[in-house]
Design a protein around this ligand. Structure first.
Ligand SMILES: C[S@@+](CC[C@H](N)C(=O)[O-])C[C@H]1O[C@@H](n2cnc3c(N)ncnc32)[C@H](O)[C@@H]1O
Length: 256
C-alpha cells in the first residue's frame, strides 16, 4: 500500500535507532516532497546489504533495487522480503558500486542510497559518476560516509595521539596499519566529490555526533538517557562545529 504522503516515512525500527534516526528524517522529508501523492518512487540502494533501508522503504510503497556484491547479504535480503510479503517490491542484484551504471538503467532512479559503501570502493570519484548517471533529473542521492575528523577525535580520546595525528594527515584518513576502515572523508572532500559527479548538495548532516563517545554502561544505567541522547543527536546533527565531528556524514544531493 502506498504511504500516506502527509505522514513521513518513519519506520519504527530504523527511526528508533540513534545510528539511523537523522538519516531517516532527511529521507522522509525528501520522499514526501518527491512523491506528494504517495504513488511510490524508484529507489536504488547501492551496497544495501540485507535491506535495513530497502525493506522499510518498500513497506512504505516504494520500488527498491538493492545492488550488493555479497551473495549472503542478498540471500538474507530475499528471506526478509519474503517474510514481510514484499516480493515484487524489492529486487536484489549482485554487483559492485563501481559497475552500477551497467546494472541499473540510466536515468531510472528517483532516489539512490549509497550508505557506508564509498569507503570501500577502489575509486570513489568514478563510483559517484556512475551513481549520477543512474539518477533521473531531479533524482536525489543519499550519501552516508565515514568522517575522517571523527576518527581523529576518537583516537585522541582513546589515548592514541599518534594515531589521531596520522588520521589527520593520511590522504585516506586512516589512523594506521591496524585501522579496519579503508578510507574516510572530510565534509569538504565529500562535497567536492559529489559536485564533481554533477550533483548539487542540498543538505549535510552529522550522524552519531556524540553517541559513539558515550559508554553504553552510562546509557543503560540512566533511565531515559537513550531517548535524551537521540534528541541531542537530532539537535547537533546540523549545527556547527558538532556536525563536522560526527562519526558519519550524510549528504543529500540532487541531479539537476
Ligand atoms: C556496512 S554495510 C552497509 C549496508 C547498508 N548500506 C546500510 O547502511 O545498512 C556495507 C555494504 O556494502 C557492501 N559492499 C562492499 N563492497 C561493495 C562494493 N564495492 N560495491 C557495493 N557494495 C559493496 C557490503 O556487501 C555491505 O552490504
Amino acid at each position: 500500500m502506498p504511504h500516506d504522503p502527509s505522514s513521513p516515512v518513519r519506520p519504527s525500527g530504523p527511526a528508533a535507532s540513534v545510528r539511523t534516526a537523522v538519516v531517516w528524517e532527511v529521507l522522509s522529508a525528501a520522499l514526501a516532497e518527491a512523491d506528494p501523492h504517495g504513488r511510490g518512487l524508484d529507489v536504488v540502494d547501492a551496497g544495501g546489504g540485507t535491506g535495513g533501508f530497502a525493506v522499510p522503504l518498500a513497506e512504505a510503497g516504494h520500488r527498491v533495487t538493492v545492488v550488493d556484491p555479497s551473495p549472503d547479504s542478498l540471500a538474507a535480503l530475499a528471506r526478509r522480503v519474503a517474510e514481510r510479503g514484499l516480493e515484487g517490491r524489492v529486487a536484489g542484484v549482485q554487483g559492485d558500486l563501481s559497475e552500477l551504471a551497467g546494472l541499473v538503467p540510466a536515468g531510472s532512479a528517483d532516489l539512490l542510497l549509497c550508505h557506508s559503501v564509498l569507503e570501500v570502493v577502489d575509486d570513489p570519484a568514478d563510483a559517484l559518476t556512475g551513481v549520477a548517471t543512474v539518477l533521473r533529473d531531479g533524482g536525489r542521492l543519499s550519501l552516508l560516509a565515514a568522517n575522517r575528523d571523527a576518527a581523529v577525535l576518537a583516537r585522541a580520546l582513546a589515548g592514541h595521539p599518534d594515531e589521531a595525528a596520522h588520521a589527520l594527515t593520511d590522504p585516506t584518513g586512516r589512523f594506521g596499519p591496524t585501522d579496519g576502515m579503508r578510507r574516510r572523508f572530510t565534509a569538504a572532500a565529500l562535497g567536492e566529490l559529489v559536485a564533481a559527479a554533477g550533483l548539487v548538495v542540498e543538505q549535510l548532516h552529522g550522524v552519531r555526533v556524540v553517541s559513539d563517545l558515550v559508554p553504553s554502561s552510562v546509557l543503560d544505567s540512566e533511565p531515559g538517557a537513550a531517548a535524551s541522547l537521540l534528541a541531542l543527536e537530532r539537535a547537533l546533527s546540523s549545527r556547527l562545529p558538532f556536525r563536522d565531528v560526527a562519526t558519519q556524514l550524510h549528504l543529500l544531493a540532487v541531479r539537476r
